[in-house]
Design a protein around this ligand. Structure first.
Ligand code: C2E
Ligand code: CA
Ligand code: CA
Ligand code: CA
Length: 273
């Protein structure tokens, strides 16, 4: 066997090749996923920890492709962002979630809100606001029943996003900072954006009652939220003990498998409305 010299390294391992191939496949299949109606929205309840009632639900995209099977959003959303496909996909998500909630409001008379994930790339799209306004008009869903979940990455595009977010706020839309506690940016954006709530990243709540460090982080986040007059939502709540502790330390809302996994619309309606 030939000994490997200093410059004789393998650039692509078989595993890297496989990953690259899958990424190319996802990119290719994503192009036609919308027209083939391969996307579906699931809904997960968000609970008030004081009353134990559902106050809203988060819409979460699912992709079922003939060739690739079920592809998790953590795998394809970043690719959709890179290719720009997140613009039409995100538009479809907004329309579908808002239409669905408008329908549920009419049939059930329950004032629950729908919380929708929005990529920064989507927010930067110059037609974003106009499209959203149109959807709100045609469905006549009250804007207060719409929550947009954004991430800390908006702070990197402050020039554009501060103005956009202010306009969303003027429309009466509620704004939530997702994955709070995982970003590396300074917290100064908390004073620059008119947020309504913080969602504590699920990595902190999972196993929380067995992990003192995570407990301390959650307590700190709640203290920050109170300081800025923001509501706090914990996600990834899988156990009853976690619920008790969260309620005790003043967390307002919770979401997670303990209450329900994300469900298809029909099942969600059956179980929760
Ligand atoms: P996220 O916004 O942080 O959503 C929460 C994720 O945690 C969801 O994963 C949800 O199914 C999962 N989850 C809920 N409860 C629990 C729990 O108790 N334990 C654990 N371990 N996990 C729980 P999902 O649906 O796979 O989505 C992953 C990510 O993909 C989302 O994270 C979000 O960043 C992105 N995503 C999902 N739907 C959309 C969408 O419509 N648009 C955009 N731009 N991104 C989306
Ligand atoms: Ca989210
Ligand atoms: Ca999150
Ligand atoms: Ca996320």
């Amino acid at each position: 066997v030939k000994a490997r010299g200093k410059n004789d390294f393998q650039l692509f391992t078989p595993q890297m090749q496989q990953e690259f191939h899958r990424k190319v496949m996802i990119e290719k299949q994503l192009q036609t996923a919308l027209v083939n109606e391969e996307f579906e929205l699931y809904y997960q309840p968000i609970m008030d920890l004081k009353t134990n009632e559902m106050i809203g639900m988060e819409s979460l995209i699912r992709w079922n492709n003939k060739t690739l099977g079920q592809v998790p959003p953590d795998e394809f959303i970043s690719i959709a962002e890179e290719t720009g496909l997140i613009i039409p996909i995100g538009h479809w998500v907004l329309n579908t979630a808002i239409e669905q909630n408008a329908h549920w409001q009419k049939t059930t008379n329950q004032p629950i809100y729908v919380s929708i994930n929005v990529s920064v790339r989507q927010l930067l799209d110059p037609t974003f606001l106009e499209k959203l306004k149109n959807t709100i008009e045609t469905t006549s869903l009250h804007p207060s029943q719409i929550v947009l979940e954004i991430t800390e990455s908006i702070a990197m595009y402050a020039e554009t996003t501060i103005e956009k977010i202010a306009e969303l706020k003027k429309l009466g839309i509620t704004l939530s900072m997702d994955d709070f506690g995982t970003g590396y940016s300074s917290l100064s954006y908390l004073t620059k954006y008119p947020l309504d709530s913080l969602k504590i990243d699920k990595s902190f709540a999972i196993n929380m009652h067995r992990n003192d460090e995570n407990k301390a982080i959650i307590q700190t986040i709640i203290a920050i939220a109170k300081e800025f007059n923001l509501k706090v939502i914990a996600e990834g709540v899988e156990e009853q003990e976690t619920c008790h502790f969260l309620a005790e330390i003043g967390c307002d809302y919770a979401q997670g498998y303990h209450f329900s996994p994300p469900l298809p619309a029909s099942e969600f309606q059956e179980k929760w409305l």
